[in-house]
Design a protein around this ligand. Structure first.
Ligand code: TXA
Ligand code: MG
Length: 342
């Protein structure tokens, strides 16, 4: 087993050196931590799939430090894509483009697809790391496959210690859920959102006009385009139930004989004092940005607490709340409080 070092910003040059040698270094981003490796090194990219226990047909996002970083790997950047890059990068938006034939990216990055995903993350340490590495980096979320994405260096250490060379600690991820993924690989088609995130449909449309959700996201049973969306995502061993605003008192009462874990806003935690066994504050104010930031950390914490079930704050299915609900619904297997007989 390899010793996994926690690295600080003074050790970016060391981390970059390790990446050049084909080693794996987890890096901070504004969304979640990524598991970095040289995207042009086939051996290194294979190790990423191994370390995560990830199916090899689920392609990886290539992380760049500038728009220029994309150019060597595509024949062209379509106009709409360039507009989005200019407007949202660095930031939580991943853009899928047609890949250049016989380019330098390792085959395993895309699992044989003719498209490739790019993102420029908004974190100063990671932008410096990419620049110093002299290459571009794959960066799947740095969790074991099936666990929630990590929003702190400690989460990465919990899942991947012994399997990777180091973790660059950049503090807590400020967005908290993974980037919006948009497919622009068909320049004449309508751009498709494959994964909702902090950059919303409305924000995208304000820059490039009409955008649509992939059918899978709007609830029709078609094969999702982002291979990652088809895999079972994190759901704790403990049952998770979503609870809507008006249903809390009833939910707490229904489970009064069980050990309840509460992942909820401050107002509920105060209201139901002593009626639950463990709690994790999702948000002080109830604002969605804060809830999004804490969701994965809360699920991790309460899954390790001694509780029979976890009740989690549900939001509306619109705008940026849609992204939060997309992740929460996966953890809860779509179960709301009132859908469970009691
Ligand atoms: O915020 C993020 O995007 C984080 C941080 C670390 O940057 N990364 C991340 O990577 O979430 P990952 O590998 O956990 O999720 C990537 C998603 C998967 O659902 C994958 O199937 C999809 O993007 N994807 C990647 N390349 C694709 C492609 N060429 N076509 C369609 N979907 C693709
Ligand atoms: Mg992931």
């Amino acid at each position: 087993m390899m010793k996994t070092k926690i690295l600080t910003e003074n050790e970016i040059a060391f981390a970059a050196e390790q990446l050049k040698r084909g080693q794996l270094i987890a890096f901070p981003t504004e969304t979640v931590y990524g598991l970095g490796a040289d995207a042009t090194n086939e051996e290194a990219v294979k190790q990423v799939y191994l370390a995560k226990g990830r199916p090899s047909d689920n392609p990886l996002i290539v992380h760049v430090a500038s728009v220029e970083g994309v150019r060597p790997f595509v024949d062209e950047i379509p106009e709409k894509a360039l507009k989005l890059m200019t407007y949202f990068w660095p930031g939580p938006l991943t853009i899928i483009l047609k890949i250049k034939v016989n380019g330098q990216l390792s085959k395993s990055v895309t699992g044989g697809l003719d498209t490739v995903a790019f993102r420029m993350p908004n974190h100063p340490l990671t932008l410096e790391l990419i620049e110093k590495s002299g290459t571009v980096l794959v960066g799947p979320s740095a969790n074991s496959s099936g666990k929630p994405s990590p929003t702190m260096a400690e989460h990465v250490h919990h899942d991947l210690a012994g399997k990777i060379c180091g973790i660059l600690d950049g503090g807590m991820s400020q967005v908290g859920i993974e980037s919006t993924v948009i497919d622009l690989s068909e320049p004449d088609g309508i751009p498709l959102i494959l994964r909702p995130g902090a950059v919303t449909k409305n924000q995208l449309e304000a820059v490039i006009g009409t955008v649509a959700f992939d059918q899978h996201l709007v609830g029709e049973n078609e094969t999702p385009k982002a291979p990652g969306m088809k895999y079972k995502h994190y759901s704790p061993d403990t049952p998770v139930l979503m609870v809507r605003d008006g249903d809390w008192a009833e939910a707490i009462k229904a489970y009064q004989n069980k050990k309840i874990g509460l992942l909820a806003n401050k107002i509920r935690i105060n209201q139901f004092k002593n009626q639950f066994s463990a709690s994790f504050m999702l948000s002080e104010t109830g604002e969605i940005d804060e809830a999004m930031r804490q969701l994965f950390a809360g699920l991790r914490a309460l899954d390790e607490a001694d509780v029979d079930l976890i009740l989690v704050e549900a939001y509306d299915n619109q705008d940026v709340e849609l992204a939060y609900m997309n992740r929460l619904e996966k953890a809860a297997g779509k179960q709301y409080f009132e859908t469970i007989p009691h």
